[in-house]
Write a protein that binds this ligand. Sequence first.
Ligand code: 6GU
Length: 230
Amino acid sequence: MRIDIITVLPEMLESPLNYSIVKRAQEKRLAEIHVHNMRDFSDDKHRRVDDYSFSKGAGMVMAIQPIEKAIETLKKERDYDEIIFTTPDGKLFDQKEANTLSLKKNIIILCGHYKGVDQRVRDLLITREISIGDYVLTGGELAAAVITDSVVRLLPGVLSDETSALTDSFQDHLLSPPVYTRPAEYKGLKVPEILLSGNDKLIDDWKHQKSIERTKKLRPDLYKKFLGKS
Ligand code: 6GU
């Protein structure tokens, strides 16, 4: 899979996409992630990418020209399945959306900034608008990193069996069960006996039960979805 990210702050994406699993996915050639500086596509002599809003006192707006040129330049090289815009008024991102995107071949993520983009960019060029939660970020870069991370880890071959994405929280609308490592007892707190039993079937049942209990208690909203699916 190939992900092209268009941003005014390319440096902001370097570090989050070059560690751990996302880094390894790129080294293994399972994911190709390219970050583009939007200013490189500006026709303005000062490389400006924003302009004053037509609404008074509304702050700066990202202009059409550099965005269209960036997207058209990429589109000349290959077809894109989705052109995503990160924005707090987009559709709330969740595991289902991550799963859907992980099946695509080429996607573009355009990072929102300032007071947003000229509405015509959204009308003409964007195929999906995504928010990562009901709070305000300074820009769409952190959201693009979140989306990219959650999608790349789902690509076949990226995770080992041990860390398989299928056992992740949310994949089945359940939170993960508690986990323990040595020592078997710490300050009087013991690792549940069953985990020391070596009985895989009993352990799996116990983990499933704990997942259900945890989800019911911590995320009643998710628990309702779980009941609906089972
Ligand atoms: Cl995608 N962008 C911004 N600026 N803020 C957000 C967001 C995105 N998702 C949640 N808050």
